[in-house]
Design a protein around this ligand. Structure first.
Ligand SMILES: Cc1cc2nc3c(=O)[nH]c(=O)nc-3n(C[C@H](O)[C@H](O)[C@H](O)COP(=O)(O)OP(=O)(O)OC[C@H]3O[C@@H](n4cnc5c(N)ncnc54)[C@H](O)[C@@H]3O)c2cc1C
Length: 439
């Protein structure tokens, strides 16, 4: 199949040394074995696909969920576990201009609804996901950025109806957020979780509700047929009335021509340290946090005393580029947490997130594919949003009006990026410009 990155980026290498698989095993799953017939097939078993399949199965829909590798193989099994606001990068100004004030408000409420919905799903399914942190804290990497937090505080109130708390440099220290930061802003929405435990919890609920789950089953072609579609795999044909494309940044360019060029896959990388020796002190807070850089760093102390540190950036997957990213992460970590220079990185992995030209997720029917649906483009914040969106897709697939907020921008088909399969290189000057501007 044709992809945007080097083929190794879609294999097992980037995730071979991930920390999350050490925390919970996968259940026993099997590949497809021969032809089957179902009402709905969900392609891709990350948060989008798992949640869609769960919501369909629990109301009795005959649904199959297939993954080219295994559930959680993609970004879902690689993320930092920030269950937080986000999902898009669209600004209020753009929302007002394109959709009006009411839609802007609905969009912001949707971000909050996504976090609340993740919390309810965890409670209702009785999942233990190692949750911690009361909201998230943004940390200023310059004094100028710290000064602008006063305006951000007002925006948080306007957008989400909550009061964010400002922190001076000294207050951060007193709160245990010891690092090279100039000030902070705590937004009291969201929490940290173990993404694998959350995702496998949804998988288990979907399987209990009789969803048919197949691992190592790559869909290689989608062919219109009488009464639906034939999904081709090397292991059999899935005859399905409807299908959902939930492949996000791991989509190929040639499975569905409509999808080609419509998302921008970009890399994010994570390290997890050894358990931090108490004698070293430093960051003691269990608050999840990120900094104000364009290519942001995101980090949190895990409940077991290890530290998770992630970073955006990277447009290649080669042994050399991976080595460079690791080096860069070490250098940034040492600058940000100088007391921890001796702390070892124990796990390193990377993955792909998807951006859309609308700067927001797309959730809806695929034009030209009657009964075909897609949901993608969470801009690096899909733990809450992708699992929330699964509920919307499940309603759409059943021809129901979504029972959750469904803002207009989600229904707006993103235009294609220029440059086709070479499009990742459009990001290089943007990264260079923004990092030079911040320096
Ligand atoms: C390193 C990293 C850190 C992140 N940190 C955070 C964070 O802290 N908080 C947050 O909110 N978000 C974070 N994200 C983003 C978040 O993980 C994603 O937005 C979310 O997981 C997307 O879920 P998904 O189900 O749409 O896609 P994915 O989880 O990527 O799943 C897509 C699946 O489709 C499968 N697939 C692809 N093609 C086919 C095919 N032809 N046939 C069958 N299966 C196929 C793949 O194998 C894959 O399992 C991070 C992402 C990364 C990579």
């Amino acid at each position: 199949m044709k992809y945007v990155y080097e083929s190794a980026a879609y294999g097992i290498d980037p995730v071979a040394d991930s920390y999350w698989p050490t925390t919970k095993p996968l259940p026993e799953l099997h590949p497809l074995d021969g032809n089957i017939q179902v009402d709905v097939t969900v392609i891709g078993a990350g948060f989008t696909g798992l949640s869609t399949a769960y919501h369909l199965a629990k109301v009795g829909v005959n649904v199959a969920l297939v993954d080219a590798h295994y559930p959680t193989f993609g970004a879902t099994g690689r993320n930092g576990g920030f269950c937080c606001l986000g999902g898009g990068k669209i600004t209020n100004k753009q929302l007002d201009k394109l959709f009006g004030v009411e839609e802007r408000r609905l969009y912001r409420q949707t971000e909050v609804a996504a976090v609340n919905s993740a919390q309810s799903m965890i409670a209702n399914l009785g999942l233990d996901v190692d949750a911690h942190s009361r909201g998230e804290t943004v940390l200023a990497h310059t004094a100028q950025r710290a000064a602008s937090f006063v305006t951000d505080q007002m925006s948080v109130h306007e957008d989400y109806g909550v009061s964010a708390t400002l922190h001076s440099k000294d207050e951060l220290l007193a709160l245990g957020m010891d690092g090279s930061f100039h000030g902070g802003l705590t937004i009291p929405i969201g929490f940290g979780l173990n993404p694998r435990k959350y995702a496998l919890g949804i998988l288990s609920a979907a399987m209990d509700a009789a969803a048919k789950v197949f691992c190592n089953t790559q869909v290689t072609a989608i062919t219109p047929a009488r009464d639906g579609y034939e999904l081709m795999t090397d292991l059999g044909v899935i005859h399905t009335k409807r299908f959902v494309l939930a492949t996000n940044a791991y989509s190929s360019e040639d499975l569905l021509p409509w999808m080609a060029g419509r998302f921008m896959p970009v890399q994010s990388s994570v390290v997890v340290t050894e358990q931090i020796p108490e004698a070293l002190r430093g960051w003691t807070s269990d608050q999840m946090a990120y900094d104000t850089r364009f290519l942001l760093h995101y980090f949190r102390k895990l409940p077991n005393g290890r530290f998770l540190f992630g970073m955006r950036g990277g447009l290649k997957f080669t042994p050399r580029s991976e080595k460079n990213i690791r080096k860069l992460m070490r250098a940034d970590f040492d600058t940000m947490f100088p007391k921890w220079r001796s702390v070892k990185f124990q796990n390193y992995w990377s993955g792909l997130v998807a951006l859309n030209r609308t700067m927001a997720p797309y959730v809806g029917e695929i034009p030209g594919y009657d009964g075909g649906f897609a949901a993608f483009g969470y801009h690096g914040n899909g733990v809450a949003m992708a699992s929330f969106v699964g509920g919307i897709v499940a309603d759409l697939v059943q021809d129901k009006d979504p029972s959750h907020p469904y803002p207009a921008v989600f229904r707006t088909v993103p235009k294609r990026f220029p440059l086709g399969r070479q499009r990742r290189w459009l990001m290089a000057p943007i990264y260079r410009l923004m990092t030079a501007y911040e320096a």
